[in-house]
Design a protein around this ligand. Structure first.
Ligand SMILES: NC(=O)c1ccc[n+]([C@@H]2O[C@H](COP(=O)([O-])OP(=O)(O)OC[C@H]3O[C@@H](n4cnc5c(N)ncnc54)[C@H](O)[C@@H]3O)[C@@H](O)[C@H]2O)c1
Length: 441
């Protein structure tokens, strides 16, 4: 098939490249000319494991190309995917300007009947709205909802082995086209869920909200453990071994971040408000996440005493491992709070330092970063772990101790990945979230 994908961000670039790898002819269109030019030079605009090799291979095979607008022969695409950003807008509602802009581009250029598949996360009713907006096109365009569930850091694997594909399509012909498109992924049975457009749109928000709720609930329990002397590792294992609950997404941390959970939770609350439905749980999830961020800042403050004049190394700046994405990462607000209280912060991250420095500049803060994690800890009073990259899992605490200053330097493990006894054996003071005891494996 001939396919056009709007947006070469985390979703669009992975989708376009994945579809090209399956043998389709794909054009990826982005209004950000710098991104398009970088891709034309063979440079990746973002870090996603395994993606650059795949891009290179498909460009070389002439199945994948990039442009700032739809060009020949892609005015005759079979499907136009919309994978542009839907950032946080007013009152929690997402900003849908880019989605409608992309839809208008399709209307202007499409020369044969086609599907418009919305991969961007959009509120219930948006696809219906787009369908009405584009009804004046010269050719028949049918809007379908095809939400994206990939995880940054594992996006390529998720494209080729998704847990499920959700298709919100009203006509049988549209369903057939999309089923054919995804058939090479060999998903069996209910893993291709075909439904109406509105349910499909809501499934995406419901899935993200459910995951964010688990994170927030465990964070709340970690705070309760901290206050009562219970241990969050034991609680997690005890709760997660219940088959009805499951083990995943039960880890306490500095709060969820990234380009999806924070805005999607607010969007679902706003959607409920617009329809007169009180979304008490999403509202509470957001509040609990805010509280967790404040808790971690307070934890550092209490552990360090006076922050003024203190030097703190922050390991992990991306909102999660294996990505360079720092959008709404807890690191941004935590580092800003520490700096504003007079601490000097030196950051380290395997992939996200450039994006982080840029994001902090937008907050009018100049933050120092180092290319080596131990160098970041030189002369530090505390090391704060915010993202559990694999390369931080087993540090040499003796070496870390030597680099740090003071009698008993601090290690604040906001991901609960280190063992207190191991850290303390090196002459460091350990603080985790809701855990005083050894980690249960
Ligand atoms: N990132 C994720 O993990 C993820 C996962 C699932 C769903 N989503 C959803 O997918 C959508 C895209 O997310 P993302 O993280 O890939 O965004 P992103 O910000 O990484 O990329 C969006 C891209 O769209 C481009 N763009 C904006 N307007 C355009 C237009 N009119 N035409 C062409 N390109 C345009 C931007 O320049 C940018 O390069 C969002 O709705 C998001 O909620 C994201």
């Amino acid at each position: 098939m001939r396919l056009t994908v709007f947006g070469v961000g985390y979703v669009g670039l992975v989708t376009g490249t994945g579809l090209a790898e399956l043998g389709h002819e794909v054009l990826c269109v982005d209004v950000n000319k710098r991104r398009v030019e970088a891709l034309d030079r063979g440079e990746m605009p973002l870090y996603e494991p395994g993606l650059s090799d795949l891009v290179r291979r498909n460009v070389r095979a002439n199945r994948l190309s990039f442009a700032a607008s739809v060009s020949s022969p892609f005015e005759e695409s079979d499907v136009y995917f919309i994978a542009v950003g839907t950032p946080r807008g007013e009152d929690g509602h997402p900003n849908l300007e880019a989605v409608f802009e992309a839809a208008r581009s399709v209307v202007k250029t499409a020369k044969k009947p086609a599907l418009v598949a919305v991969k961007s996360t959009v509120p219930v009713g948006t696809c219906d709205h787009i369908q009405t907006e584009i009804s004046g096109a010269n050719v028949r365009l049918e809007v379908v909802s095809n939400p994206e569930f990939l995880k940054e850091g594992a996006a390529v694997t998720d494209f080729f082995r998704p847990d499920r594909i959700v298709l919100g399509a009203d006509s049988e012909s549209a369903q057939r086209v999309l089923r054919n498109l995804y058939a090479p992924l060999q998903l069996s049975g209910e893993r291709v869920l075909v439904t109406d457009r509105r349910s499909s749109e809501l499934i995406k928000y419901a899935a993200n909200a459910m995951l964010a709720m688990r994170v927030s609930f465990m964070n709340e329990l970690a705070r309760l453990c901290d206050a009562t002397g219970a241990d969050i590792h034991a609680v997690r294992l005890g709760v997660g071994s219940d088959a009805r609950i499951g083990k995943r997404f039960l880890f306490a941390g500095p709060g969820y971040g990234g380009s999806c959970f924070p805005k999607d939770i607010l969007a679902l609350t706003a959607l409920g408000r617009a329809h007169g439905v009180a979304m008490r749980l999403t509202d509470a999830t957001h509040q609990a996440n805010e509280d967790q961020l404040a808790f971690v800042i307070e934890l550092v403050r209490k552990a360090c005493g006076e922050l003024k004049g203190k030097r703190i190394a922050v390991w992990g700046l991306a909102y999660k491992p294996e990505t360079d994405d720092v959008r709404e990462a807890p690191s941004q607000r935590i580092v800003a709070a520490l700096m504003q209280s007079g601490a000097t912060v030196v950051g380290h991250d395997p992939e996200a330092t450039t994006n982080f420095v840029h994001a902090m500049k937008q907050r009018q803060l100049e933050v120092k970063v180092e290319g080596d994690s131990y160098d970041a800890a030189n002369g530090a009073d505390a090391v704060l772990l915010l993202t559990e990259w694999r390369s931080y899992r087993a540090p040499n605490f003796g070496k870390l101790r030597e680099r740090m200053r003071g009698e008993r330097p601090l290690v604040i493990d906001a991901r609960n990945v280190w063992r207190a006894d191991e850290v303390e054996a090196a002459g460091l003071v350990y603080r985790g979230l809701g855990t005083r005891s050894k980690r249960i494996p």
